[in-house]
Design a protein around this ligand. Structure first.
Ligand SMILES: Cc1cc2nc3c(=O)[nH]c(=O)nc-3n(C[C@H](O)[C@H](O)[C@H](O)COP(=O)(O)OP(=O)(O)OC[C@H]3O[C@@H](n4cnc5c(N)ncnc54)[C@H](O)[C@@H]3O)c2cc1C
Length: 433
């Protein structure tokens, strides 16, 4: 049995940051990663002769933890192209206007949400600060907008915007999660939109992940699927599918919630830790890349969540063709590489575009994620967040799913990795330091 101070399970951003921090403090660390690559739910891959992000993409200086990593490793960002035209579906028809005209439609609801977010989440990095959160935590974003004095169009359009943010239907999207995002952007929803989909890493998320992995000297074992973690007072034993066993004084588990039950924990995990995954996250959608013939003037399009795609935007060009990025709320209904289905969905707004190819990764069917970016359902914040962040003996939990601030983002993954590594280090160095 190989002996380490710390075994980190998973080489996404949470695991890589936790491993680096601990290795830099002199601990013997191994990262066990099931896939044959690092990066987890970020994946910069070569498609159509250029780099495409199949998972997490956009970052912002408003997100403190990812920005710190960008600074640390000298990474650069570049803007995604901005659109002069917005198309939206409301009252069963497609409308066309400027970004300002579209913003005017969503402003009444978004202003109210942003204002309420500051009331309910006065300290975004203490999401459970208010003890009466259960008063609103049972509501979905659809419930919330239905309760506001909005026109039918305003409600339909704003609910569609949030279905895109959640990568899932608005009826299962927790209001408090939406408010946490707004609060993290200091209650400014336009800033929130800028922070979530405007700036991408020039060299790709893979370059940032590689820089973190190369720092500190933690060992990373790819293609190593963890199947069991047991612990007693003497420490923990981590077993893998290939029959290897690792002993460790501390373990940091960064599995996405929806696959947490794929590891056999002994003693068993408390029910609350598994319940959130069993209920599934609200995110259940897809991200797809669409290559269309010729140069297309930049546009963004929105649709309510009854549509298979809720958001499309021109993102880049390749060999004279335009590349669009799109999101939909249900991967079960539309796979990201289903060219026919994606083409049909795109025709909601544009039947003049000739689709040349479609590509993407199905994170919902991926056995190592089974979710896209983690978004809570109604009630999950107050029921589960505190329990999910609790250690289980020497096992600590990190990952974007259990982040405190920008939960659901690369930033949240990094924040949680820092938190878990600090706690593990404190145990390892002992009371006398
Ligand atoms: C389509 C999509 C778009 C997104 N867009 C954005 C965006 O624009 N901006 C943004 O900030 N965020 C975005 N996100 C979210 C962001 O990518 C994630 O929140 C973040 O990368 C999660 O990091 P993590 O380390 O918490 O989890 P993960 O990256 O999922 O890492 C967990 C790791 O554990 C591994 N693993 C699983 N099971 C086992 C096992 N049994 N044994 C060993 N290893 C195992 C997995 O392979 C994985 O590498 C997006 C995500 C998706 C999927």
């Amino acid at each position: 049995m190989d002996a380490y101070d710390v075994v980190v399970i998973g080489a996404g951003f949470a695991g890589l940051v936790a491993a680096r921090e601990l290795a830099l403090r002199g601990h013997a660390v191994v990262v066990l990663e099931a896939r044959d690559r690092i990066g987890g739910r970020t994946w910069t891959d070569e498609r159509w002769g250029r780099r495409l992000e199949l998972g997490g993409t956009w970052v912002h200086w408003l997100q403190p933890h990812v920005w710190s990593e960008i600074t640390r490793y000298g990474q650069r960002i570049e803007p995604s192209p901005s659109s002069q035209t917005v198309l939206w579906v409301a009252d069963g028809a497609v409308h066309r206007g400027s970004p300002a005209e579209f913003d005017a439609l969503i402003t009444p609801a978004m202003d109210r949400l942003a204002q309420d977010s500051r009331t309910w989440f006065p300290l975004p990095y203490e999401p459970l600060h208010r003890s009466d959160l259960d008063r609103i935590d049972q509501l979905s974003v659809a419930d919330y907008f239905a309760g506001l004095d909005l026109s039918r169009t305003e409600r339909e359009v704003t609910t569609g915007v949030w279905a895109e943010h959640f990568n899932g239907p608005a009826a299962v999207s927790g209001l408090t999660q939406a408010m946490r995002w707004c609060a993290a952007a200091s209650g400014d929803w336009q800033l929130l939109h800028q922070a979530t989909a405007s700036y991408r890493l020039t060299e790709g998320t893979a370059a940032l992940a590689s820089a973190i992995a190369a720092d500190g000297g933690a060992e990373v074992r790819l293609g190593t699927r963890v199947t069991g973690v047991s612990h007693d007072t003497g420490g923990a034993t981590v077993s893998t599918a290939d029959g290897a066993r690792f002993s460790a004084r501390q373990v940091i588990c960064t599995l996405p919630l929806n696959v947490l039950d794929s590891i056999d924990f002994q003693p068993a995990l408390p029910a609350a830790k598994l319940a959130a995954g069993a209920e599934r996250t609200a995110s259940q959608g897809l991200k797809t890349w669409i290559r269309v013939r010729g140069e297309v003037a930049p546009f963004t399009a929105y649709a309510p969540d009854v549509h298979d795609l809720t958001w499309v935007r021109t993102e880049c060009t390749v060999d004279g063709d335009s590349v669009l990025v799109a999101f939909g709320p249900r991967a079960a209904d539309l796979a990201p590489d289903d060219a026919e289905g994606v083409t049909r969905a795109l025709r909601t707004w544009r039947d003049d575009l000739e689709v040349f190819d479609v590509t993407g990764h199905d994170w919902m069917r991926d056995e190592f994620s089974r979710e896209t970016w983690p978004m809570q359902r109604p009630g999950q914040l107050t029921r589960y967040l505190a329990a999910l962040q609790e250690p289980h003996g020497p096992v600590r939990f990190a990952g974007s799913d259990v982040a405190t601030g920008w939960a659901g983002f690369i930033d949240g993954a990094i924040e949680s990795g820092l938190r878990a590594s600090r706690a593990a280090h404190e145990v390892l160095r002992g009371p006398r330091g």
